[in-house]
Design a protein around this ligand. Sequence first.
Ligand SMILES: Nc1ncnc2c1ncn2[C@@H]1O[C@H](COP(=O)(O)OP(=O)(O)O)[C@@H](O)[C@H]1O
Ligand SMILES: N[C@@H](CCC(=O)OP(=O)(O)O)C(=O)O
Length: 429
Amino acid sequence: MAAAETEETWQTEEIRETGDAHTKSAQAEAAQPEAAQAAQSKPAAASLTASLAASLTETDVRRAVAGARTVVVKVGSSSLTKPSGHLDGGRLDALVSALATAAGEGARVVLVSSGAIAAGFGPLGFDARPLDVATQQAAASVGQGLLMARYESSFARFGVRVGQILITAEDTIRAAQYRNVQRTLGRLLDLGVVPIVNENDSLASNEIRFGDNDRLSALVANIVRADALVLLTDVDALYTAPPSQPGARRVGFVPDVVAALGDVTVTGPTSGVGTGGMVTKLEAARVAAVSGIPTVLTSAVNAGPALMGDPVGTAFAPVKHRGSSRRLWIGFAAAPRGTLVADEGAARAVRGGRASLLAAGVVEVRGEFSAGDPVWIDDESGAHVARGLSGFDSEEIPQMLGRTSAQLRRFLGEEYAHPLVHRDNLVLV
Ligand SMILES: Nc1ncnc2c1ncn2[C@@H]1O[C@H](COP(=O)(O)OP(=O)(O)O)[C@@H](O)[C@H]1O
Ligand SMILES: N[C@@H](CCC(=O)OP(=O)(O)O)C(=O)O
């Protein structure tokens, strides 16, 4: 690696408000007339800025990781597999040794493991990672089984049991299914099992999928209320530019990942088997940071030292505030399926962070979606205001537009007298 020697630390500048509405409390009054909503809405910016003030030092972050009661560790395909499309058992065993040691010391460990596709294409006779979705899904189906078999035997060396959890974005954005995932993960941890999580690649449809396990790991960290997130990859740390570029400097500590995003050059995967590259790892660190979770990013061979709090890789400070975990899922988990266009008053009320989106303030519906699907809420100029879960199927909505709750009740029935998007189901963007 041509990375240079100088270690760099970003100083915390004034924290910018970046549209991280996922951190904003939108516990709001029930839907009200627009004027009342606007009058009661308090600007969230001041409290948001205060809550985003990152104040932890690198030592604090390292200590938090070492002392984490619950830790989520994500490992990438390139750290577990060979370019030929087969598992690299030796590297997998080394990772498991580090995780089992942490578990043996009392940590509740969740492993988010990539590698299903990368471990499956070789046994299927392909020379390189397949490009078409159907073959990727077939490879994942084969590779996931191989991966779990190897994890089971490797953890068994330490008397540790593992459990497989395959998640689709679709399974988890709805409240009931989200709680189901949360409950299963919690119970596995209570039973002393190491849950091994991956996206359900064989079944996830392309339109609605995480696509990368970096973001998934941050969301899982949120769902299990982890105390730390460790991202393991094939590079020892974050650099100011892709490490192959001359002059790239290693970054030891990032006090404010939001500000840092503008200061580093990152690219997608370079390994041929990874999917998101450094772009999605920074996104994961950002999601973790706004969830109040410290993150360390380093290479898989550094898993043990990272978990012990040694100064390896890059440490990312969290912000103080821990947002609602379910809101994060709404904000990050899935691509919106359609759009509800809000009029000026409704857009203002929603932006205020305290209002549901009522049919009375919606002028247009676009796209085809079902109740519970994620949708954009746009203003009339086309700017995104929020993401939310629709309360109705798209085909039901046109007859509701512009009508008050009383009119909806009278003309369409009680079941229609509800917000199109309830305030608990939306996040500002
Ligand atoms: N600024 C950067 N600092 C460090 N690595 C970077 C940067 N920009 C791009 N990368 C690349 O990101 C790669 C890791 O991403 P990826 O291949 O998706 O790994 P994984 O399979 O572990 O998810 C590294 O090998 C590195 O080449
Ligand atoms: N879910 C996919 C991996 C997706 C992914 O994020 O891969 P990577 O960039 O290697 O962490 C698989 O198991 O093949």
